[in-house]
Design a protein around this ligand. Structure first.
Ligand SMILES: [Zn+2]
Ligand SMILES: [Zn+2]
Length: 114
């Protein structure tokens, strides 16, 4: 079998590109009957586009969905007992033994009285 270079027209960009004898032989060995429809440039461009495209769409969906909750960050509240009135309350910090913890009402009183 002998092959000769021939020119094919890319269906994407319309440019002619060589389908070389070596490539034709490679195609024949692989049992491929269809000639390549795109030039090597468009083939690699499509391949790159497909890979980045799938990554990009997945990334966009994840980040845009979390924007709403990111605007108002929720503080983590810790249960505590008010040192003044003894009521159960929640504080935005981890209560430690060395400082008294007040509910919001008592905290205002303590702060004012100081
Ligand atoms: Zn092309
Ligand atoms: Zn209190």
């Amino acid at each position: 079998m002998s092959f000769a270079d021939k020119m094919l027209r890319c269906r994407d960009c319309g440019n002619e590109f060589p389908f070389t004898a070596g490539e034709q032989e490679f195609y024949a060995q692989k049992g491929l009957v269809n000639e390549p429809g795109r030039c090597p440039t468009c083939r690699s461009a499509r391949k790159a586009q497909r890979e980045t495209g799938s990554y990009g769409s997945g990334y966009d969906g994840g980040s845009s969905g979390s924007y709403g909750s990111y605007d108002r960050p929720r503080r983590e509240m810790h249960p505590a007992v008010c040192a003044q009135c003894g009521q159960d309350t929640e504080v935005p910090f981890l209560p430690r033994g060395d400082r008294p913890v007040y509910c919001s009402a008592c905290f205002d009183q303590v702060r004012v009285s100081r």
